[in-house]
Write a protein that binds this ligand. Sequence first.
Ligand SMILES: [Ca+2]
Length: 433
Amino acid sequence: MRAVLVSILALVGCKSTPPAPAHDDAPVVHDAAVDAGPTFTCPGTPTSGSTVGVRKIGAVTGSATLATSPPNDHRLFVLGQQGVIWIFEGEVLRATPFLDISADAGGAVEAGGELGLLGLAFHPQFATNHQFFVFYTRLNPTRPPDVNYLDVVVRYTTSATDPNVADPSSATTILSIPDFASNHNGGMIEFGSDGMLYVGTGDGGSGGDPARNGQNRHALLGKILRLDVDHPSGANAYGIPVDNPYASGVDGAPEVWMYGLRNPWRWSFDRATGDLWIGDVGQSLTEEIDVLFAGQQAGKNLGWSAYEGSTCCQLASDKCQQGGNYQPCDPTGMTAPLDQRTHADNWHAIIGGQVYRGTRFSDLVGWYFYTDNTKHQLVKARLRPDRSLEIVDLPAPVPTGWPTSPAAIHADACGELYLTTTTGAVYAIEAAP
Ligand SMILES: [Ca+2]
């Protein structure tokens, strides 16, 4: 159990109450030509300078677990962990939520600690098919022993009359994974440039990977999964891409893309290269950043729970808190982290981010930004030609307005980065000379 992450990610104030609609929420009729929109443009005059700061643009209720955008869309969607998705437009919070599936709205989201609404990804053709996907945790209605929760991916569409409001009745469950503990739920989802939906799952939780899911390729927990949501097949609401490494189901579950993850809380693709950057939260010794290069991701093993970071659990001082029955440590074929931070240095729950590909700050382009739920150190890193990492800890003390507990760093449609916090604040990451 990662008490630190549980306690810090826990919401203050809990339930949200949607305010009354504002006057600017008049319904808009969907029209393909309108939805495609005018030519999408991002800010065109970049500012030079590499002094990084944060600027608060607003806040939502509860913990803000992610900020993201549909492709070619200037709106910023912010996830409230309790089950509400909000829209900022021109840095102004719309009064009416996009979607409210919090329990107090009659929804299914079970929130608190590491539970809740954790992921949102817009379909690459969202402008015309209006589909988006959420990842959240819910109670398992049948409640068999030790399977209290379900980690679910659900597809929604926007309202037929208003693109700023989702249609709750459109909910279609795509994937539902039984989960035995409240922590380590992963929750990040993104579409790759290949049009496939990637889904990050934690090892199930408790501590020390008691079910040994990390190295079990037949388990859906402790993985990055890859689904074809446009071509459902058989009994599933999704298809299996033929180039998934275990598509046949013989050597692993057909859905599995990568394995050996503990709790990939926040991760993202570099939209320029296709490289996958993962912040995998550690047990009691090591927080890690993993970079999986484009074209070299299928079937990769990140090590947990044979390893924590690059340390063999059998040889670790705390044995990764596994209580015996250790798994063999064989580095063959294992992908080691490119950055490791120790709990001794007060890193306790790494917050993965994204590579900056925006147009506003020229000196940030190509740098990956990440932080930690406890340490609050903002870090930038980029790949050298030899694929090692150049890592720069940004100067302390942290910038004015720095939040107490970061929850996510993620990009909008223009590639600009936003940091969200466990108290609902939304910050733009910016740079100056
Ligand atoms: Ca869990």
